[in-house]
Design a protein. Structure first.
Length: 210
């Protein structure tokens, strides 16, 4: 069996694991809903964790299917690096801040660990060892910030009407708009810093071939 064959099986396994985890979380949130199904589904897609894990799942799927697909956007090194930044932030924020505010049990704990720890680690390792990095450039950092900025704006606008915020640090009802705005600025700066770190690592690795 060739290295490429082993790589394809690895990517397929990662893709299946991601999609299974996302579907599992969807089923769990539906089963444990406290509001209508429609509102529960809407809330499901307000979590940055879910949206970003979906991006990871799509990326692994597209890599596995190439060249049999047309979603070439997800094959671009800059896109794959941006997603590495996003999933790193998912893992970092959860494991340093959010992990301590609730204690999931059973299947929920397994799904939780997959979404916030295992999948981020696996994707970042795959990015580091397998994804081409010579085309990763500094100026794209500003473009990478569009996704988290739009996300923050959308969940605050929706939260104003639905009275629901997916994360405590963006809860305008409890913290007030000024505090949430400050938190959002800090978070955006953190995205920018981590983007620079990932570009720096990509530049270093591509130039040193390690």
């Amino acid at each position: 069996m060739t290295r490429n064959s082993n790589k394809n099986y690895l990517v397929l396994a990662c893709s299946l694991a991601c999609w299974t985890t996302i579907v599992g979380q969807f089923i769990l949130i539906i089963q444990n809903r406290v509001v209508s199904i429609a509102e529960t589904i809407a809330r499901f897609f307000t979590f940055f964790t879910i949206l970003t894990n979906i991006l990871v799942a799509i990326t692994f799927t597209v890599i596995w299917l190439q060249p049999k697909n047309r979603l070439t956007f997800f094959l671009k090194p800059n896109t794959q690096t941006a997603i590495a930044v996003y999933i790193f932030v998912v893992g970092f924020v959860y494991n340093t801040i959010l992990r301590f505010i609730w204690q999931p049990q059973g299947i929920q704990r397994i799904v939780d660990e997959m979404l916030h720890l295992i999948i981020p680690i696996v994707y970042i390792l795959y990015w580091y060892f397998e994804i081409e990095k010579t085309a990763v450039i500094w100026k794209n950092i500003f473009g990478w910030l569009i996704y988290p900025i739009i996300y923050l704006i959308v969940i605050m606008i929706r939260g104003n009407y639905a009275k629901y915020y997916p994360y405590p640090f963006v809860n305008v009802s409890e913290l007030g708009i000024i505090k949430v705005a400050i938190n959002s600025v800090y978070l955006t700066i953190f995205f920018g810093i981590m983007s620079a770190v990932f570009v720096g690592v990509a530049k270093f690795k591509s130039s040193n071939k390690i």
